[in-house]
Each structure stands twice: as C-alpha cells, then as structure tokens.
Design a binder for this molecule. Structure first.
Ligand SMILES: [Zn+2]
Length: 295
C-alpha cells in the first residue's frame, strides 16, 4: 500500500513537472513565433515602402530623362538651323568670292553694237598646244578655257575629225591692223562684212577661236561644208563652246568657224532651247557668269 502511494505521488509529480515543462516550452515557442511574425511584418512593410519609394524614384527619373530628351531635341533643332544658316552664309561668301574673281566681260555681248574697251586684255593667256593649231604661229587662249578647248580637240580627233585652231586671242591692236589690211585689200564696205573693227571682236576676250581643217586652211568660207563643222554643231556645247554668229543671225555675217567659250551650262542650255548667245538678254547671260568655268 505504501509503495503504491509513493509510486502514485512520484508519478504525479513527474507528470506535473513534464506537463509544466511542456507548457512552458510551448509558451516560449509561441512567443518566439509571434516575435518572428512581427519581425517579418515589419520587414515586409519596410520592403513595400522601399519599393514604393524606388518606383517613385524611377518615375521621377523617367520624367527627367524625358525632359532632357526634349531639351536635347530642341538644341539639335537649333543647332541644325544654325548650321544651315552658317552654310548659307558660307555659300554666299563663296559666291561673292567667285564672282569677284570672275571677269564680268566674259559673258558680255560684243559685235557691231557692243564695244570692248581698247585697254581690255584678258588675264593669264596660254598657248594652244601646237599639235592642234594650223600653221606655226603660236596662238593664245585664256588659261581657264584651255582645258575645255583641249578636251574638245581631243574628242574630235578621237572621232576621226580633222579640226585645227586657226586663230584665238587677238589684241585690240592686232585686230586693228588685221582690219586695216582687209580694208586696204577689199575696201571698207566689203571688209566690214567679214571683219570686226577693233574693240568689237570677241577674239579680244581670249575666249574665242576660229577653227579650220588642214584641208581648207585659211579658206574659211569652205568651213561650213566640212565634217568638222557638223561635228562642232553636235558636240561643241558639251565642252562649253557656242557658235556666235549662226546662219541668218541679226547681228553679224554667218561665221561657222567662229566659236566662243561661254561655259558648259549656258552652251548646253542654248543648244537645248535652240537659241544662240545673242538671242539672250544681257541680264539672262549674267546669271551664267558664276558657273562659267564649272566642269
Ligand atoms: Zn573669229
């Protein structure tokens, strides 16, 4: 009986201790779990706040970027406009420079009614290559025109056309002595039909040549029947040359051998429109001066 009682008491005590211990542990765990949950909630909240803050930041940055892009766009536009204006100004300066360096006489009309000053002498004359001249006399042409004339002569030669330069630059005095010679030989009236007075000749410009062939030489009246003349009618404008006094022109006798350099642009336009140099007004001709030596 006693042992049983002891056993009962001891068992009860142990059970009580165990239960108490378990209850205590369970309470502790609960407290710990609650604390962890609170921590997590706080952390979660913090993260959410951070997230919102970052989103706001991103949105603000996006706005700033957009603003910068817009400003950059404006600046680029302004720059482009400025660049365009600078280019325009440079072009204008270039045009003025080019014009100031271009002899205004080059596209002036000269014939019986237009007079070229006796003191006029073109700058920079050079010799026409001897291979292309008729006779042994050295012929001079304006330096800037020389490459155009040489190309024309080369092309004619390449096409099997016999073409020579008989006369090129003639000074005021030279023209005067030529005219005097003609007047002495043929009389003033006859001479006036085929020879210009000094100061009225395009030859004084250094831009004009008389062509011939080895076959006809100085007999220029035969030039209109040559292949060379036909070739010039088809091709001379591509090299910037034009026939000054075509058949039935109002200014002067027909001179199929007499070709004047007026620049490719004008020569091509004249050919295209079926017109001649003296048909155009001086005002129109002047607009071509700026590009006279353009290739
Ligand atoms: Zn001539």
């Amino acid at each position: 009986m006693k042992y049983w009682l002891y056993f009962f008491i001891i068992t009860t005590c142990i059970s009580t201790l165990l239960l108490g211990g378990m209850f205590y542990v369970s309470q502790e765990q609960h407290t710990l779990l609650e604390a962890s949950r609170d921590d997590l909630l706080v952390q979660n909240h913090t993260l959410l706040e951070k997230n919102i803050f970052q989103k706001e930041n991103i949105s603000s940055l996006q706005t700033q970027v957009q603003e910068l892009q817009e400003r950059l766009g404006d600046e680029i536009e302004k720059f482009d406009e400025l660049e365009g204006r600078v280019k325009d100004s440079l072009k204008t300066v270039e045009t003025f420079k080019k014009l100031s360096e271009t002899d205004p006489q080059l596209l002036q009309k000269y014939s019986k009614v237009y007079f070229l000053n006796e003191h006029y002498e073109p700058k920079e004359l050079e010799e026409v290559p001897g291979d292309y001249t008729y006779g042994t006399r050295a012929l001079l042409i304006k330096e800037q025109i020389s490459p155009f004339l040489e190309k024309l002569l080369e092309e004619a030669q390449g096409d099997g056309i016999e073409l020579r330069v008989l006369s090129a630059y003639r000074s005021f005095d030279k023209q005067a002595s030529i005219k005097q010679g003609y007047v002495a030989t043929y009389g003033t009236t006859a001479a006036n039909t085929f020879s210009a007075d000094q100061g009225y000749s395009e030859h004084q410009l250094g831009t004009t040549v008389d062509f011939t062939t080895d076959t006809i030489g100085g007999s220029l009246s035969k030039f209109k029947d040559t292949d060379a003349y036909q070739w010039l009618l088809k091709n001379a404008h591509n090299h910037g040359f034009t026939l000054s006094y075509p058949e039935d022109n109002a200014y002067y006798q027909f001179e199929p051998w007499h070709w004047r350099f007026v620049g490719k642009e004008l020569a091509k336009d004249l050919e295209k429109d079926g017109k001649h140099f003296y048909d155009l007004s001086q005002r129109t001709l002047n607009t071509y001066l700026i590009n006279i030596f353009d290739d």
